[in-house]
Ligand binder design. Structure first.
Ligand SMILES: [Zn+2]
Length: 130
């Protein structure tokens, strides 16, 4: 019979039977053990893949939650800026009126000017802090 290479150690050998795949019984056993190990490894890999998917989903949810939170705070910031801008515009208008000697309005949108001025000062202070 022709020479063959052992499927386990790749050593050249002359087979005794046509179905022989390994040089020795030792190699046959070693290869058989390897197959079992590979199979169980594949199973544990599949399990860890499931875990990975779960983790990925958890992380994704966390990222989405973070994004929503960031978006909400961004919106709050924009809203605050818009309010401050509106306030500034109104205050400028009042200052102009005062300069022109017109009678000043006591309230804007139901708020006393003094309160708005105070709120605006607090806002400006908080802006310089951050
Ligand atoms: Zn061998």
């Amino acid at each position: 019979m022709d020479k063959r290479n052992c499927e386990n150690c790749e050593a050249e050998y002359i087979p005794k039977v046509s179905t022989q795949r390994f040089c020795t019984a030792k190699c046959k056993l070693a290869n058989h053990r390897l197959k079992i190990e590979t199979r169980s490894e594949t199973r544990s890999e599949t399990r860890s893949n499931d875990n990975t998917n779960m983790i990925t989903e958890e992380i994704l949810n966390r990222i989405l939650a973070e994004r929503d939170k960031a978006h909400a705070s961004e919106m709050a910031k924009l809203e605050a800026e818009h309010k401050a801008q509106t306030l500034e515009t109104r205050l400028t208008a009042i200052e102009k009126k005062m300069e022109e000697g017109e009678k000043e309005e006591e309230e804007i949108g139901g708020f006393k000017i003094a309160d708005i001025m105070q709120a605006y000062t607090i806002y400006q202070q908080s802006q310089t802090k951050t």
